[in-house]
Unconditional design. Structure first.
Length: 322
């Protein structure tokens, strides 16, 4: 048994035609954040701290759908959400509907540690953030030109977009725009286990492009997008409604607990047998130091490392970058 860490930057129909200028910054961001996590685990930092550190950094990078890069609602606003869970204690915290908080995952951590509750949302969460003195910014800070264009495309197509969306058929102009990466942006998450088998998970997102104001996805729902216990830690990404219906993250742990499956067997069952194709990806680690990153979408931005020296950075199946 040894430490292990895995992180994701979203799953979906990621075209292999994604140009280097769109792909490489995300790869570099995952590489950077993975190294931060590895160094923290080597320094004996607790897994719950490690996943917060990594997800905070991912939130600060506008190439992903979280924090600074959060996609826009149908009203052109941001509503960010996140959760975190410590597998050792089963303590957890979650937030939704944030419009000014720079790092949603850290506010979720404060909900876990500073309140008698698990989940705060919208104005209540914002008020709690002000009481705690967390770093905030005007909501305009989160509205990027790229996300304004993504919302425009989604409105023109009259649809709500998952993290990564394939071109709209029979529309050459939109096919070219989306194939060039204008809609390619994803939720972030991290799972970690230390050498003692302690586990933690954290996930953060801006939701879906053109989502209704007030919509809440799987990311802050404990047991859906995020879960950790004494057996495993899971962070999911994809179509939130499908992930919630499938209780994806908890089901991985439940299959291990009640059926005695390995982490790989449990995750494979949940992703490929129990969740609709094209809707989900996840990263997970077990108390034994096992690690999996399955998905049933075209691709998933992902990276991992283990104490025995294994590391991986990839997007598509059987397409390891390093």
């Amino acid at each position: 048994m040894g430490w292990a860490i895995a992180l994701h930057g979203g799953a979906g129909d990621i075209p292999r035609s994604l140009p280097p200028e769109r792909r490489e910054p995300r790869e570099e961001a995952l590489r950077h954040c993975l190294q931060m996590g590895v160094e923290a685990l080597k320094a004996k930092v607790a897994p719950v701290d490690v996943v917060e550190i990594v997800v905070r950094e991912l939130e600060n990078i506008p190439h992903f759908n979280a924090g600074r890069g959060s996609v826009l609602t149908s009203n052109g606003t941001v509503e960010m959400e996140a959760s975190i869970m410590d597998g050792t204690t089963m303590n957890c915290g979650a937030v939704s509907g944030l419009t000014t908080v720079l790092n949603a995952v850290s506010l979720a951590r404060l909900v876990m540690e500073k309140t008698p509750h698990i989940y705060l949302a919208f104005e209540g969460a914002e008020e709690f953030a002000r009481e705690q003195g967390v770093q905030t910014a005007d909501s305009s800070h989160f509205i990027t030109a790229e996300n304004i264009e993504r919302l425009k495309q989604a409105k023109e197509a009259n649809r709500v977009q998952i993290d990564y969306t394939q071109p709209i058929k029979n529309d050459t102009k939109k096919e070219a725009a989306i194939a060039n990466g204008d809609s390619q942006i994803g939720t972030v998450g991290c799972v970690a286990v230390d050498e003692h088998g302690n586990l933690a998970s954290a996930t953060s997102t801006g939701g879906l492009v053109n989502k209704m104001v007030g919509r809440i996805g799987d990311t802050p729902v404990i047991g859906a997008g995020t879960y950790a216990d004494e057996r495993c830690a899971v962070s999911a990404t994809g179509k939130g409604e499908s992930i919630i219906r499938g209780t994806v993250a908890r089901d991985v742990a439940a299959l291990m607990e009640f059926k005695g499956l390995s982490l790989e067997e449990a995750a494979t069952c949940v992703v490929h047998e129990r969740t609709p194709k094209g809707t989900v990806g996840l990263v997970a680690v077990s108390a034994k130091g096992e690690l999996v990153m399955p998905f049933n979408t075209t691709g998933m931005f992902r990276a991992c490392a283990t104490e025995d020296g294994y590391s991986e950075l990839a997007i598509w199946p059987a397409a390891k970058i390093e």
